[in-house]
Design a protein around this ligand. Structure first.
Ligand SMILES: [Zn+2]
Length: 257
């Protein structure tokens, strides 16, 4: 579904470009910055369980690379994937528009965590990023792993297009609020549904964890195993995940307003 705003898409794109150019024209490379509170929430939610968790970065109109909040939506997750619920994404967008925000403030920065120590995007991440955000003029895929290792790819999708890895920083120069663990716990509980991860549909006995997030304990050896698979084996697993119908099927029109 496509939502119309008072501003035309061209006007919004021109504005976004201006903002990014302003950032990029400062000395050095553009940096994806987080407010301390947004960063704390991201880490807190990352550490709730040993699975991936995803959400959107919220920014101010005059500073599109400064994330002031991390908001999750209803999603199904495994140790190697995040799949947002279409309806929840639409509701999230409605809420953000009602709050007076423009799409470039809430629908360009895709954040998700990796339970292992590698923030490198998986094949599925790359494919999802291209498919869901590839129609946006620009977008960012950000991943945070254990030990706060990060990955941030800024992608320009106009003209010949370009992708650039950008640094990540927590910006303590702004005022920031306190933590709100109760609200973060509630948000996690309401939105994150942990699914069983099976590396092979013919072998059902590989993962038998309880689906309850609080009791879901990641078999780290499984993740290690995954990381140590041969490229062909890993590709098979990733292809299988990518083929799951609930993985990011129809969001592209929604995300790129
Ligand atoms: Zn990932």
């Amino acid at each position: 579904m496509i939502r119309k705003n008072a501003e035309t898409k061209e006007q919004m794109n021109a504005k976004s470009k201006q903002m990014l150019i302003r950032k990029a024209s400062k000395p050095g490379r553009p940096v994806l910055r987080f407010s301390p509170t947004a960063w704390a929430k991201l880490l807190y939610i990352r550490d709730k369980a040993d699975n991936e968790v995803g959400g959107f970065g919220i920014t101010e109109p005059e500073d599109l690379l400064f994330v002031t909040d991390f908001i999750t939506v209803k999603q199904k997750v495994t140790v190697v994937s995040v799949s947002f619920d279409d309806e929840a994404v639409a509701d999230f967008f409605d809420t953000q528009v009602d709050l007076g925000r423009k799409p470039e403030q809430f629908a360009r920065i895709w954040l998700h965590s990796h339970p292992g120590d590698s923030p490198e995007p998986s094949f599925t991440d790359e494919e999802t990023f291209q498919r869901v955000f590839g129609g946006c003029q620009w977008s960012i895929m950000f991943i945070i792993a254990e030990q706060d290792k990060t990955y941030a790819m800024l992608s320009f999708n106009v003209g010949p297009g370009a992708k650039v890895l950008i640094p990540v920083a927590v910006d303590y120069s702004y005022d920031f609020g306190p933590s709100d663990k109760k609200a973060w716990d509630d948000e996690y509980k309401a939105n994150v549904i942990v699914e069983k991860f099976s590396r092979c549909t013919d072998n059902k006995d590989l993962v038998t964890e309880d689906a309850d997030p609080d009791s879901f304990a990641l078999p780290y050896d499984l993740l290690d195993e995954f990381e140590e698979m041969s490229p062909a084996e890993r590709q098979f697993v990733l292809d299988e995940l990518a083929a799951k119908p609930e993985l990011w099927d129809q969001e592209s029109e929604v995300l790129c307003l």
